[in-house]
Design a binder for this molecule. Structure first.
Ligand code: PHB
Ligand code: FE
Length: 322
């Protein structure tokens, strides 16, 4: 990672560079430049995307920040691209791709997040629950942008794992979930099994989440990961899957736009209401809209072998044939 210009610009922001990409920001926009082109994005949208790419360690497959810019995870190295999954950019031959060591790109993004996030703006928060990302540089919000994602080794509430949140935990129940029952389940274990049975109220747990569109792993059974999350406003990124993933709508409603992963051609619009279950195929990209904060369970198979199995035809790109 290189800081192109140690001296901040007239607004107090530094300019960053990695490989042949450069990034600069002004009061409203981020400008990305690469050898064959340039691109702008509103800075609030940019920070929400970079925040998630950093927190997720580049996630599964592709994280598109919009229809032009994004990253593709190769689990060790990572590509940063411009126009690679955009038919028009490819046809005009102005698309660009560069491969980085995971830590190099992550380091650049972390430094950018710290420098470009102003005091009072939290890229993880719903827009109604945070301040403005715009304007000249003022302070920072490192406490928010370096938050650790909750990752369970087994199941939340099992001894040694992430403690349950209560009123004195600093995580109040979110305004949208004031009707969620906070009671915990009663366990009646047979004698001798008292130390082996655990439970927790997932709805109460999620009602206290202070972040949006940030799945946290609450249980892990071999490669099977339960990653529930609370969603409000839009999923900032357009996720290009490299495996099938399942969605279980736990409350309220989320609408999804589903497109072809490589060209962006529209494939489906999915409206999920509480109780609905959907499988997102492994060859799509999707983004979501949640007008009221909603609870969503994202179920992932975290096996590192899946992209290779799909490439070899050993695993399907959709889990069910109708
Ligand atoms: C997804 O891309 O599948 C995804 C990402 C973040 C969420 C929900 C779904 O909060
Ligand atoms: Fe996804």
């Amino acid at each position: 990672m290189t800081i192109i210009d140690e001296a901040p610009n007239h607004l107090g922001y530094r300019q960053f560079g990695v490989g042949r990409f450069t990034f600069s920001r002004d009061e409203y926009f981020v400008t990305v430049e690469w050898p064959t082109g340039n691109h702008q994005m509103p800075v609030d949208q940019w920070l929400r995307c970079v925040q998630r790419d950093v927190a997720w360690g580049f996630f599964y497959g592709i994280v598109n920040f919009d229809s032009v810019i994004g990253t593709m995870n190769h689990y060790g190295t990572v590509d940063m691209f411009a126009g690679r999954f955009n038919e028009a950019y490819r046809r005009a031959e102005v698309d660009y791709n560069e491969t980085f060591d995971h830590d190099e790109l992550l380091g650049c993004f972390k430094a950018m997040l710290s420098d470009w996030t102003n005091e009072g703006y939290d890229p993880f928060a719903a827009p109604l629950e945070t301040g403005s990302a715009f304007g000249p540089s003022s302070g920072n919000n490192d406490d928010a942008v370096t938050r650790r994602r909750v990752v369970a080794e087994r199941m939340v509430s099992v001894p040694g794992d992430e403690p349950l949140r209560s009123d004195d935990s600093g995580f109040p129940v979110n305004r949208a979930f004031s009707d969620v029952d906070q009671g915990e389940p009663v366990i009646e274990a047979s004698p001798g099994y008292e130390d082996e049975v655990c439970s927790f109220n997932l709805f109460a747990y999620l009602s206290r989440s202070d972040v949006t569109w940030n799945p946290s792993v609450v249980s892990a059974c071999k490669e099977s990961l339960y990653c529930p999350t609370t969603e409000e406003f839009t999923l900032p990124v357009i996720h290009g899957n490299d495996r099938v993933e399942w969605f279980v709508q736990l409350s309220d409603e989320i609408q999804w736009d589903v497109e072809d992963r490589d060209t962006g051609a529209k494939r489906a619009r999915v409206v999920m209401k509480a109780g609905d279950v959907a499988a997102m195929p492994a060859d799509i990209r999707h983004t979501g809209y949640s007008p009221k904060r909603a609870m969503l369970l994202v179920w992932e198979n975290g096996s590192p072998r899946i992209p290779e199995m799909i490439a070899k035809g050993e695993a399907p790109v959709h889990p069910v044939d109708f």
